[in-house]
Design a protein around this ligand. Sequence first.
Ligand code: DGL
Length: 269
Amino acid sequence: MSVGIFDSGLGGLTIWEAVTRRLPDLPVTYYGDNAHAPYGVREAGDIHDLTRAAVEDMWDKGCDLVVLACNTASAAALRRMQEAGVPDGKRVLGVFVPLIEALTERGWGDNSPPREVAVGQVALFATPATVASRAFQRELAFRAIGVDVEAQACGGVVDAIEDGDMILAEALVRSHVDALRRKMPRPDAAVLGCTHYPLVTEAFQRALGPEVKVFSQADIVAESLAHYLSRRPAMAGDGPGRMLTTGDPERVSARATQFLRRPLTFESA
Ligand code: DGL
């Protein structure tokens, strides 16, 4: 048994890397649904069905706890999956809540009523499906009052990253930041609400300028997982971890190695 980290493709590797750094002894299985990426341009029902099928496969493969390291899946599928009920002893968690707790300076699982927070103007960069779901605004409204959110759907960025075309990805980031600034000229903070975007964090920070605090999820989610497992050590598992993909393992291994700058070998899921 190992902890599962799921993404539509390669983006969740940013979370996987932070988790393996924060919890080096934790057996982790990464699962990329590369055959169906990107999710961010799909309908919510389709994203739910793909996410559910992958998570069930991960449960069957011995991952009792699965982290959806994918905002699009978290936004479109998590609540529906949890409401439908998960099998005994299995769990599925998302990545929105830890990010929003960090943004609103709340401790883990602090469910006190919404209150005023330091940030007033927040720019959200995410996939079209995440933006359309308004899940970020909904979760934020449970915790904070008086925060304006302007969301920018960043079409094309995930495809460019999955294709390894970082020049295109960075050009798209600049144009999405320009589009956001036309709607919200001076954000205090920017949320990278897609796990692929940490791979182009510097392009976001350069385009936004040094005065904008950029929140990206990797370390935040790793810390939140460490906290979760300290309360539920039985969910941690005893290994071994694997790298699985529904896509072409050779191609995915090559891209993953390019992104994280260390050799990574994927097998077929
Ligand atoms: N990396 C994922 C996310 O966090 C999904 C990207 C996609 O497949 O469109 O939203």
